[in-house]
Design a protein around this ligand. Structure first.
Ligand SMILES: *Cc1c(COP(=O)(O)O)cnc(C)c1O
Length: 390
């Protein structure tokens, strides 16, 4: 039999780069592409003589799509669980909240996490009779008795505090609560919440996971089939699915995740040190800096440190002058992309100082990025750009 040595490989023993390249690919078939193109279908042909779904998972596009299944297999491989893809991170997070929580339940959310999640909780969940409590990511965490679900975001966006997932999972389970971890900032290569004991991973795939700033995506991952069935039922009835083309683009982008994160993290390490050493920049945070408050937990828990640095330039005008003067840093409100970008979080309602900047390192050359950063910071204060290439 030709090709008998092939098949969807068991990727468990391989390194990150190998797993990213091979995750979710179909079995090699001569004449077929490595990653088949997107399957665009609302309905599929049915076998008129058989029950729907008896011979194929493809019946209608909302419950299932082969391109989406490939992406879910890939992300599931990286997270170490089963995965459901969603139209956006918000779709995934709200799907978990609404399919797990019932009136009278109590949920614990981060004070310093992604702000639309907090807004959804106080506006919608509280209105449905769910008791919503908040706790800073860095703790201290209250007693969890009577809590149904703890959702943490670690490292938190944008403040970059972290919490100890293994310890919280133990405490949550002892109290009969579920633990969900927003893994957006770390990505599955940076942190493995299911291995650390979390029941659910939720994430935005819009950011570093796909990294090209050209699509929105979300996912839920879990090893608990019952929980995932409830979330799947929610997704099917609410229809919060990604389109086939976005699912395909996302799967294509995953292959380079290891490479992208390596450069982003290296750039962030250099940027964090450069900023810390400047007397005109305050409050530099990067969990990889040994004197960062997040370092003790981050250095145990993170397999790699994200490419995001936060700092304070004092006021909105100075941030605007910095971003205007920079030639490489795009002003944009996302992170984890190939292109270095930054934004002033207070303009979006985050509870941070007016001059707080979230700086997302792309994959540019480190030396170019540092030269541009220094020159733009100098120019923001009216000093001449020190960049020799000006
Ligand atoms: C962006 C983000 C989300 C929401 O994701 P979308 O894809 O924009 O809906 C959720 N959590 C975190 C931590 C995020 O950064």
């Amino acid at each position: 039999m030709t090709g008998a040595a092939h098949g969807p490989p068991d990727l468990s023993g391989y390194g990150d780069g190998t797993r990213c390249v091979h995750a979710g690919l179909p079995e090699p078939v001569p004449g077929e592409p490595f990653l088949p193109g997107p399957v665009f279908a609302a309905p599929y042909h049915l076998d008129p003589a058989a029950e729907p779904y008896a011979t194929t998972p493809n019946g209608y596009g909302r419950p299932d799509n082969p391109t989406r299944r490939g992406l879910e297999a890939a992300i599931g491989e990286l997270e170490g669980g089963d995965c459901l893809a969603f139209a956006s991170g918000q779709a995934a997070i709200t799907a978990v909240l609404l399919s797990v929580l019932r009136p009278g339940d109590r949920v614990l959310l981060p004070t310093d996490g992604y702000f639309p999640v907090r807004a959804f909780a106080t506006e919608t969940l509280a209105g449905l009779g769910v008791r919503v409590d908040f706790v800073p990511t860095a703790g201290p965490y209250p007693a969890l008795d009577g809590v149904r679900l703890v959702l943490v975001e670690t490292p938190a966006n944008p403040g970059l505090d972290v919490c100890d997932v293994a310890e919280l999972a133990e405490r949550a389970h002892a109290a009969g609560a579920l633990l969900a971890v927003d893994n957006t900032t770390a990505t599955p290569l940076g942190q493995q919440p299911l291995d650390l004991g979390a029941d659910l991973v939720v994430a935005s795939g819009t950011k570093a996971l796909t990294g090209h700033s050209d699509l929105l995506l979300g996912y839920v991952a879990s090893r608990n089939a019952e929980l995932l069935d409830a979330v799947r039922a929610w997704r099917t009835t609410t229809g919060s699915i990604p389109g086939a083309f976005d699912a395909w683009l996302a799967h294509r982008s995953l292959a380079t995740l290891d490479l992208r994160l390596a450069r982003q993290s290296a750039n962030a390490a250099a940027v964090a040190v450069a900023l810390r050493d400047r007397s005109d920049v305050r409050g530099v945070r990067w969990p990889g800096l040994p004197d960062d408050p997040a370092y003790p937990v981050a250095s145990r828990q993170l397999r790699r440190v994200p490419g995001i640095v936060s700092f304070d330039l004092g006021d909105a005008g100075r941030v605007a002058r910095f971003l205007t003067a920079s030639r490489l840093v795009f002003a944009a409100t996302s992170f984890g992309g190939l292109h270095t970008s930054a934004d002033r979080r207070a303009q979006w309602g985050d509870d941070v100082p007016a001059g707080f900047v979230r700086f997302s390192c792309g994959v540019e050359d480190t030396a170019d990025l540092l030269a541009d950063l220094h020159a733009a910071l100098d120019a923001a204060d009216g000093r001449q750009r020190t960049d020799p290439r000006q």
